[in-house]
Design a protein around this ligand. Structure first.
Ligand code: CP
Ligand code: NVA
Length: 314
């Protein structure tokens, strides 16, 4: 993406990038999500009397609903601030928004364009700030996806996953979180659409520690060879609508279809963060096939985000 990656945040009371947590802490988070899913009653009331502000500069179905339902099911309350028409920082500085909100709420969940808006929120508030998608990262989705993969395969270490498409926020979060789990991730993008080099180098450094593997390629067929999961995302992310024609041309050979699946492991699964565009990045045959676990991914947003809230707010 066009934005520049910021260095990984060290703060442990915010989730701004997904790189805040060590491999061991990531493992704990995955365990907690599994327990939240298996025994939801155990956590009812855990956020009683706690309130969160949800600020969204971009549209959302899954993230908004899963956060609102998740917070309510933990006994907390939320206030949705619709910034999809007026951008954050236009009416008043982002720092003043953060300082005001932190007088009333116990946490801020924000979907933003600039990663810097999240840092400004975090730097000016004394409550946890959670990235609900930025131009650079989508950590809540990434954590939920590795939880979904762990449920499916039992073990993430050495699991072969291919990401085919744009080196975007989703790709960045799969690299940064996947490298913490010991997974083997191959990314295939058209030339010029590779993931941000600083995200890749941090993921490679982390993969050395966890004995994972990160590979960047341009050939989708090579990337998916023998992989157990193929992941794709939209070719045009929110905010890039002006580029949709040039992107459709650049990504034409990167569609995930049955032919591409013939190069993967026989029982390979299909993943997508959604919303998906059938006939663009994925065919209906793949998207609506038994291989597709996209709605398991969507469900697990709820359980994983409850685990994230319990970790950051308790
Ligand atoms: N995957 C995801 O974040 O979906 P929404 O944009 O609908 O929230
Ligand atoms: N890359 C996509 C993800 C949507 C959930 C976007 O940013 O629009």
């Amino acid at each position: 993406m066009n934005a520049t990656a910021t260095s990984p945040a060290i703060r442990t009371n915010d989730l701004l990038t997904g790189m805040e947590w060590s491999p061991a802490q990531t493992r704990e988070l995955l365990h907690l999500a599994a327990d939240v899913k298996a025994r939801p009653d155990r956590y009812r009331g855990a956020l009683a009397g706690r309130f969160l502000a949800l600020i969204f500069e971009k549209p959302s179905l899954r993230t908004r609903v899963s956060f609102e339902v998740g917070i309510a099911s933990l006994g907390g309350g939320s206030v949705f601030l619709d910034h999809t028409v007026s951008h954050l920082g236009e009416r008043e500085p982002v720092g003043d928004v953060a300082k005001s909100l932190s007088r009333w709420v116990n946490g801020i969940v924000a979907r933003v364009f600039k990663q810097e808006s999240l840092s400004q929120l975090a730097d000016n508030s004394n409550v946890p700030v959670i990235n609900a998608l930025s131009d650079l990262y989508h950590p809540c989705q990434g954590f939920a996806d590795f939880f979904t993969l762990e449920e499916r395969f039992g073990n993430l270490r050495g699991l072969k996953i291919a990401y085919v498409g744009d080196g975007n926020n989703m790709c960045h979060s799969l690299l940064s979180i996947g490298s913490r789990t010991g997974a083997h991730i191959r990314v295939a993008t058209p030339p010029g659409y590779e993931p941000d080099p600083s995200v890749v180098s941090e993921a490679k450094r982390m993969a050395r520690e966890t004995r994972g593997k990160i590979e960047l390629l341009h050939s989708p067929e090579e990337a998916v060879a023998d992989t157990q999961a193929i992941y794709t995302d939209v070719w045009t992310s929110m905010g890039q609508e002006d580029e949709s024609a040039s992107r459709a041309a650049a990504f034409a050979d990167y569609q995930v279809n049955d032919k591409l699946f013939s190069h993967a492991a026989a029982d390979a699964i299909f993943m997508h963060c959604l919303p998906a565009h059938r006939r663009a990045e994925v065919t209906a045959e793949v998207m609506d096939s038994p291989r597709s676990i996209v709605f398991e991914q969507a469900e697990n947003r709820l359980h994983m985000q409850k685990a994230i809230l319990l970790t950051l707010l308790n």
